[in-house]
Every structure is written in C-alpha cells, then in structure tokens.
Design a protein around this ligand. Structure first.
Ligand code: SF4
Ligand code: SF4
Length: 407
C-alpha cells in the first residue's frame, strides 16, 4: 500500500501548487517530480472532440465541465475546448471564471434548479420561486443568460411529469425574456423510495420524458457493467435525437486504485479512468460525459482517453473493472429498493458510500447521510433485497458497513 499512499500525497501537492499558480518545480524533499502546468496538461490531453447534444443542436465537448471543478483542471479544460458547464450557478458562491466571462458566447452554461421548501424528496416544483432563483443566479454570476435550465434530480414519475408543469412554465417565462434557451433535466431513480410514493425508476421516467417531447436532453447515472434498461432508453433517445449526458461514471474506481493487487493485474499501459473515458466516449450511445477529476494529473489520466479508440488492453481493463466493481460498488439502479420492508434507502446510502470511499469526499458523504430520515441501522438483515440486486451484492453487510463509516 505504501506506493499508493505516496502517489496520493503527490497528487494533492501537485493540485495545490497549480491552484496557487506555482506552475514550476515543486521544491523540498517531498516531491522530486515536476508538477504539471496547466498548459502542459492541456497539451497532453489535446482538443476534446465535440458532438451535437441531441436536437438542442448545441455542439458540446464530449467531456463536460462542472461549476465545482477545481481551478487548474477547469483552465486546462478550457484550453482543450471544454465548453459545457454543468451547475454554472455554483459560481454564485465562488465567482464566475474570468476566462468564461470574457468569452461568454463560446460557452454553454447550465443552471441547475432544485425543488423548494424541502429536499429533493420532499420539496416542490414552484414556478415563481424557480423564476426568481434563475434571475438571482444571473445577477450574481454576471453570465447574462443561461443556455440550459435543468430540473435538478428530475421528476418522481411519468405521472408527475404530465401533471406538474410548473418547471416548464418557469422555463417558458424566462425564455421569453431571453434569459434561458434550452430545457433539460438530471434524473435519479425513485422506485420504492419511501419518501416518494409512486416513484419510478430512472429509465421509466426518462422514457416518459423523451415521449413527452418538451425537454431537450438529460443527464443521468451511467457507468460500465450491464445496464439493459438504460441501454434501451439510450437507443430510444438516439432515435428521437434526445441528448444524453452520463454522470457518476467512475463506479468503484477510487477503491480499485487503492487495491494494489488489482492494479498490478491491469494490462500495462492502461489505467481505470483512461480506459473508462475511451469506452464511454466511443463505445456507448452517449453524447457527452461528466467525469470528476480533482487535479491536473487526474485531468491528464482521464481526459486523454476522450474520443480515442478502445484498444484491446483497454477492453480487457474494462472487463476486469466490471468484475471488480460489481463485487464492491453499487450501480445505484434502485432495483432492490421496492423490496425492502423497512424502506431503508439502500441506493441513497450506497451513493453516499461512493462519495466517501471512491471520491474521498467524507464531509459531503457524512453530511448527506446525517440528513437521511432513515439510516442503515433500520436494516433488519432480513435479506429480502438481496435476490433483486443485479450485482449480487450482499446488501445488508454493505449497509451495516456504510452505517459505521458514515455515522
Ligand atoms: S436486509 Fe435490510 S436493506 Fe435488505 S430488505 Fe432487509 S431490511 Fe431492507
Ligand atoms: S444494491 Fe444492487 S440493486 Fe440496489 S441499487 Fe445497488 S446495485 Fe442496484
């Protein structure tokens, strides 16, 4: 494990140096390697290919950025032609990057809009409040307009989509004023969720959204490993020119990289993130992908695979990663959820476990876990959920371990 610990330390230092603008040599005994500069990182990745985001017609980089991307990878991304910014409203807190403000028309900025009066399970869609929020976000970011207005976390069911049009009305009002251009959503699954009676799976809601025809593209959970329902949805989306962006793509890779035995078995010249980026951007029906990176080293490792051929060794790596991740990391499909008599929010808990174990974002994971109204200690270890998990995960054991980890 020693070798991996050293590398993690170096990655942290390299990122910190770049953020501070120290783009030359790191000095001191700890880091004999030279930290990457933003320009070097951008050169190693090269120009990111672009694709049309469904019938919205927007030409987007196949790897998109996010409002919470750290400064160094963000600037390197811009040099590589990264032009789509999910959660651009996060810049209300941190300030809008000058490089985007001074070249506003070259960028596609998205505002994510949450339900109000509660969290994503209990809050409501509210036309007036959504209009006010977007106007406030525009004032505060100085962006002038948002290209995309996204319903964050999506609809609970096809029925809600049909009956609750407050978000669409808010979009239409803002569009008339020239403040937004395209309507979209990000979607999670709500089937069997105790706080969302009548909730449906991600694929069910997204299929209804495509048939409904008002939203132009969607962002949803998708990663490697068999997912026939989402593959069927993506076929439909492609047929109807509905745009698709995958998120939460790096299932289980954080813990995989700390497993020295597993890493030593990977084919030489591959890495989990690089193989995954190649696969996502060339072997799936996706238009674009969000993949979290924390620093310039991860930026180069992950994004240098964008749009590049999946070599034999990458395909082998993906096979090995699938077997490994299926044993360790929940794909958040929610298939287990309706079968739990205790209504334990299994997928939610295992999503927070991923934030902690894979992304090392412990404070986010713990604070989200603390906000749950039912936690892992409600599990009776009855095993009813287990046969419904396509990965065959030992759900009760994982829930018990997550409870200890996140409490
Ligand atoms: S084992 Fe726990 S999580 Fe699974 S169905 Fe029983 S109570 Fe629910
Ligand atoms: S535990 Fe299994 S069934 Fe439940 S969400 Fe995760 S992968 Fe799907």
């Amino acid at each position: 494990m020693k070798r991996f610990f050293k590398r993690r330390e170096f990655l942290k230092m390299s990122s910190a140096a770049a953020l501070a603008g120290l783009t030359g040599n790191l000095t001191g005994d700890q880091a004999p390697e030279k930290a990457l500069t933003i320009e070097e990182a951008a050169r190693k990745v090269g120009k990111l290919p672009r694709r049309k985001l469904g019938y919205s017609g927007q030409e987007v980089s196949i790897i998109i950025g996010s409002g919470d991307l750290a400064d160094a990878p963000k600037e390197a991304g811009i040099l590589c032609g990264m032009n789509y910014w999910h959660k651009a409203n996060q810049w209300m807190r941190t300030g809008t990057p000058e490089s985007i403000l001074k070249n506003r028309e070259a960028h596609i900025c998205q505002v994510t809009v949450d339900r109000v009066g509660g969290d994503r399970h209990t809050g409501r869609i509210d036309e007036e409040e959504h209009v006010s929020y977007v106007k406030e976000a525009l004032k505060s970011t100085g962006l002038g307009y948002f290209d995309d207005m996204q319903l964050h976390y999506g609809y609970y069911s096809a029925e809600e989509l049909k009956k609750e049009r407050g978000f669409v009305r808010a979009f239409e009002r803002l569009k008339k004023e020239g403040l937004v251009k395209h309507l979209c959503l990000s979607q999670h699954g709500y089937a069997g969720n105790s706080r969302v009676p009548g909730g449906e799976s991600m694929a069910e809601v997204l299929t209804a959204v495509v048939d409904d025809g008002l939203h132009e593209h969607a962002q949803f959970i998708y990663s490697y490993g068999a997912d026939p329902e989402m593959d069927r949805f993506m076929e439909l989306a492609r047929k109807k020119s509905f745009g698709t962006i995958a998120m939460k793509t790096a299932r289980g890779i954080g813990r995989m990289k700390e497993d020295e035995e597993f890493m030593n078995k990977l084919p030489a010249g591959t890495s989990p993130h690089n193989a995954l980026t190649r696969w996502l951007t060339t072997e799936t029906m996706l238009d674009a992908v969000v993949m979290r990176v924390r620093n310039l080293d991860e930026f180069v490792d992950s994004y240098s695979g964008a749009g590049k051929e999946l070599r034999h060794k990458d395909a082998r790596a993906i096979e090995m990663m699938t077997v490994q991740a299926d044993k360790t990391a929940c794909r958040l499909c929610t298939k287990c959820q309706p079968h739990c008599p205790q209504q334990v929010p299994i997928a939610e808990i295992l999503r927070f476990e991923r934030y902690a174990v894979d992304d090392h974002d412990w404070s986010k994971a713990r604070s989200l876990y603390a906000g749950l109204d039912r936690r892992g200690d409600a599990c009776l270890q009855c095993q009813t959920c287990v046969p419904h998990c396509p990965q065959g995960l030992n759900i009760p054991d994982k829930i018990a371990a997550a409870h200890i980890l996140l409490s």
